[in-house]
Design a protein around this ligand. Structure first.
Ligand code: GLN
Length: 490
């Protein structure tokens, strides 16, 4: 039995048939982490005792015939999600000793569904980055080739799934941080519609863009996790009051009708973006052909404000970040610089020592852009552009069910290659930022490989609350695409 290859649905079937126990499965994955995670560095915290105790509890439930949606299944969490009694660092020195008093809503929901929380995964500090190199704790490696980045900022969560350290994980996505690392690590990543999932207990980066979502081995598992984590929450006033469907129904629909009647939009602007890697283009064109063969209709669409997306995002996100991160001042949480002269000196030294370079850069940009006299020119202007981007998508979805695009312009790059070049890093977010700006859902599904053997995904984006189209199309695509190797050998 290769425990580490089990998807969530495989694991649930074996657990309910009593072919395996959660204790065995959890033990096997913990051993695999012990054996390989010193090279991959996906985890910041692994609490073996807690995980094993949870697994035993799950086995007792199963024995009593009380299985819930994820009973006994080991799941990892991005270390930006508050976990009661378990360190939550956000990849930052400023929170290196922060232990929350409560669980985030998604964490409670996972626990209520019987999931075994196996550990907390590495990330770019406060989710700011696209490679997980901005973590102040460690740099995660891509399990397919440890010289390369896993993508980011949920690089630890994506690497943990690809490496078979857990059956699935949660990441967060403010501008692509679920979809892009999923693409680079050869796994599935779904960013839900803004408001689908409660953000209570998620440490905020940019509150109007942040969403929590699943990273899994296949599309079916993404639906299984969505069924658990979605829903209105009175603790998050931005969580939507919409009914949560059974997301797995999308698969029945595909099995019955295929993609008949579905129309796919290809944005002309995306293919003229400078510097698309030929390997990415090849994978994308192949995906387009697969969708055609599946019976979908392909139409050319236009997203005319694409060229302003990166600029607008990199004003809005830092503005919100500068406001959100003001709370980390050495008084209430985590690290405090000792031996300072007075309160102001303590603030200064705590923030100087506690925050890393990228976080400081964003705080400075955001504070500057929000300051009196500049607000209208920067934040106000960027917000207007955001409205135009939303309208682009609203128009596009009048003529198509979902939009197909690459996830990132290039496959994973080498660790260290872009780390001193923030602009290149920001520009690589071009295809993923829009979904957050427009508050729509997006999914990344494995679609092929680069010439040096690294995974490359494709992205689909749909209208608000239409995760169903993404899951239906993603599931169909996954069945049709031929991938020689689903998981890396460690
Ligand atoms: N790369 C983007 C940024 O650095 C997106 C990060 C994210 O989605 N958390 O802001």
């Amino acid at each position: 039995m290769t425990y580490h290859e089990l998807t969530i649905s495989n694991a649930l079937a074996l657990l309910s048939d009593r072919k395996i126990t959660s204790t065995e499965l959890t033990r096997a994955l913990l051993d695999r982490i012990k054996q390989h995670d010193d090279r991959i560095k996906a985890f910041i915290t692994v609490d073996e005792d807690m995980a094993m105790a949870c697994a035993q509890k799950a086995d007792q439930k199963i024995a009593k015939g009380q299985m819930a949606a994820l009973t006994g299944v080991p799941i990892a969490l991005k270390d930006l999600l508050c976990t009661r009694g378990m360190k939550t660092t956000c990849g930052s020195k400023i929170l290196n000793n922060f232990v929350p008093e409560y669980d985030g809503t998604v964490v409670s929901k996972l626990k209520d569904a019987g999931a075994v929380i196996i550990g907390k995964t590495n990330l770019d500090e406060f989710a700011m980055g696209s490679s997980t190199e901005n973590s102040s704790i460690k740099v995660t490696a891509n399990p397919w080739n440890t010289d390369y980045v896993p993508g980011g900022s949920s690089g630890g969560s994506a690497a943990a799934v690809a490496a078979g350290f857990c059956c699935g994980s949660l990441g967060t996505d403010t501008g692509g941080s679920i979809r892009q690392p999923a693409s680079h690590c050869g796994v599935v990543g779904l960013k839900p519609t803004y408001g689908r999932v409660s953000r209570f207990g998620l440490v905020s980066y940019a509150s109007s863009l942040d969403q929590i979502g699943p990273i899994t081995k296949d599309v079916k598992d993404a639906a299984l996790m969505m069924n658990v984590i979605c829903g209105n929450d009175k603790k998050d006033s931005t969580s939507a009051r919409v009914a949560v469907p059974d997301f797995t129904k999308a698969f029945d629909q595909f099995d019955a009708e295929g993609l008949k009647g579905m129309s796919i939009g290809i944005p002309g602007e995306y293919l003229s973006v400078a510097g698309i890697d030929p390997d990415v283009e090849k994978v994308f064109l192949n995906a387009k052909q697969i969708f055609k063969d599946l019976g979908a209709e392909i139409t050319e669409i236009s997203l005319p404000h694409t060229e302003y997306v990166v600029a607008a995002y990199y004003i809005i996100a830092p503005c919100e970040a500068s406001s959100n991160l003001a709370r980390f001042d050495g008084v209430k949480y985590g690290f405090r610089h000792e031996g300072t002269d007075d309160l102001i000196d303590m603030y200064k030294k705590t923030k100087s020592k506690g925050f890393g370079a990228e976080v400081k850069r964003r705080i400075l940009i955001g504070t500057y852009a929000l300051s009196a006299g500049y607000y209208d020119a920067y934040y106000g202007r960027a917000s207007q552009v955001r409205t135009l981007i939303m309208e682009d998508f609203a128009n596009a979805f009048k003529t198509c069910d979902f939009i197909l695009s690459p996830v990132a312009p290039a496959p994973a790059f080498k660790i260290g290659e872009n780390v001193d070049d923030p602009l290149t890093m920001y520009l690589s977010d071009i295809f993923t930022l829009s979904a957050n700006m427009a508050a729509i859902p997006g999914i990344s599904v494995p679609a092929g490989y680069s010439s040096n053997g690294l995974p490359v995904g494709i992205q689909m984006m749909a209208n608000r609350f239409d995760e169903n189209s993404l899951l239906r199309a993603g599931y169909g695509f996954e069945k049709a695409v031929h991938l020689e190797k689903r998981f890396p050998e460690l």
